[in-house]
Design a protein around this ligand. Structure first.
Ligand SMILES: NC(=O)c1ccc[n+]([C@@H]2O[C@H](COP(=O)([O-])OP(=O)(O)OC[C@H]3O[C@@H](n4cnc5c(N)ncnc54)[C@H](O)[C@@H]3O)[C@@H](O)[C@H]2O)c1
Length: 382
């Protein structure tokens, strides 16, 4: 079968982290194939080698993203969309180059350094009638979608409180530096010139912000925050209190120095008619407690789940689905939207995180940093 959609990737050489997860997730979809790439700007060897390993035509492995955007746009079989999986500082320029060349974009988060840059990308994508996804990956899990539908259906009533966290431990050694020794591999996350104004909140706190918005639909009206740098230029830990547009409060905690934790995104959403609890590390289950009844553990793909979102399941129940499937679900929606847009159909209902989610993420990061700098002052977001 000839693929209907060609895509290209910027970043994601063979030694990189998230590019490979994207490629595997996209390969779940038989409608798409990888046709071009610029996998590394700093190492020509890695760039070429990655293209070889992935079986690409060497002519379509480019030395720069700009050359790739221009040459692909000029080809009759050029890429339909680009996936940007480079460090944060590069997202804006790369996304802009592809939009200017008429190519749909799916970009990693945090979208840009500044709110203005993110808004400019939104304007450009609208002007060019191009789709723009931002990879808030955890919203691709089936139970994230089921919880969202349950909240919409009123199964927990009005949301009155949220408690959510995303702890990791991988930077704990930074609290015990050994003179002369390099700390950890992906040091760019700790470098303001590459990561932006935040490390921990930008990298993982913003996932909490987006996930809670996705599930509850609540917008953050204002927030206050304290962050901890432990002698580093950027934050390694943050506690954030939010107030939503419906008057309810939420407490978010993210950390990269929490011993014994890995990718512990966990959310607890309390309504006046019940509650929902879900953990990223056990993503096939959700704990649902209706008011006055015993808690129950629901899993995706079982017939007692009447929510339409359960249809996103790709595996029979009991076979765990993981991060690759969550990414794959985001791509499934994005690629379906590209095919619909080709036929001039409306693409608003396709369920993937949009450029507006990216803008909200950047606003959230800036508000947290501003609050923390000002002795936990409330910062308005609406
Ligand atoms: N959504 C998620 O769950 C998630 C998870 C991990 C990372 N991320 C995001 O993905 C992005 C990449 O993170 P990572 O951990 O994979 O980083 P990484 O350092 O492992 O990989 C970055 C890649 O980008 C390449 N690169 C850098 N500048 C380039 C340029 N100008 N042109 C072409 N290639 C270039 C590097 O050679 C490397 O291949 C970051 O923005 C990060 O926040 C998101």
């Amino acid at each position: 079968m000839n693929p209907k959609v060609n895509y290209g990737m910027v970043g994601g050489d063979i030694g990189a982290f998230i590019g490979n997860v994207h490629r595997k997730a996209i390969s779940f979809d038989p409608r798409v194939r990888l046709a071009a790439g610029c996998f590394s700007a700093s190492s020509e060897n890695k760039n070429r080698e990655t293209g070889e390993v992935l079986g690409l035509d060497p002519e379509r492995v480019y030395k720069s993203y700009l050359e790739m955007a221009q040459k692909e746009a000029a080809r009759p079989d050029g890429i339909d969309f680009v996936t940007i999986v480079t460090p944060n500082v590069t997202h804006y320029e790369i996304a802009k180059a592809f939009l200017e060349n008429g190519i749909h974009v799916l970009c990693e988060k945090p979208l840009t350094f500044t709110v203005e840059q993110a808004e400019e990308l939104k304007d450009l994508s609208e002007k060019r009638n191009l789709l723009f996804g931002v990879n808030y990956s955890y919203t691709g899990y089936v139970l994230a979608k089921v919880m969202r539908e349950m909240v919409k259906e009123g199964k927990i009533g009005k949301v009155i409180n949220v408690n959510a966290e995303y702890p990791q431990e991988w930077l704990l050694d930074d609290l015990h530096p050994v003179p002369g020794q390099e700390l950890k591999l992906s040091v760019w996350r700790k470098d303001p010139a590459v990561a932006g104004i935040s490390n921990c909140v930008g990298d993982i706190g913003s996932h909490i912000e987006n996930f809670i918005y996705y599930v509850t639909g609540l917008k953050i009206r204002r927030l206050l925050a304290v962050t901890n740098h432990f002698g580093q230029p950027l934050d390694l830990n943050a506690n954030i209190l939010v107030e939503y547009d419906n008057g309810a409060n939420g407490a978010y905690w993210c950390s990269q120095v929490a011993a014994g934790t890995l990718n512990g995104l966990a959310v607890r959403i309390y309504g006046d008619e019940g509650s929902l609890e879900w953990k990223q590390e056990d993503p096939d289950y959700v704990r649902y407690t209706p008011r006055g009844e015993a808690p129950r553990i629901l899993t995706r793909g079982n017939s007692y789940l009447k929510e339409k979102a359960a249809a996103w399941s790709q595996m029979p129940t009991g076979h765990p689905e993981g991060l690759h499937v969550a990414f794959a679900n985001i791509y499934k929606a994005f690629i379906s939207a590209i095919l619909a847009s080709r036929e001039g159909k409306n693409t608003d209902e396709f369920d993937f995180p949009r450029v507006t989610d990216g803008i909200n993420g950047v606003k959230f990061i800036h508000a947290v940093v501003e609050s923390a700098k000002n002795d936990a002052k409330w910062i308005n977001l609406l």
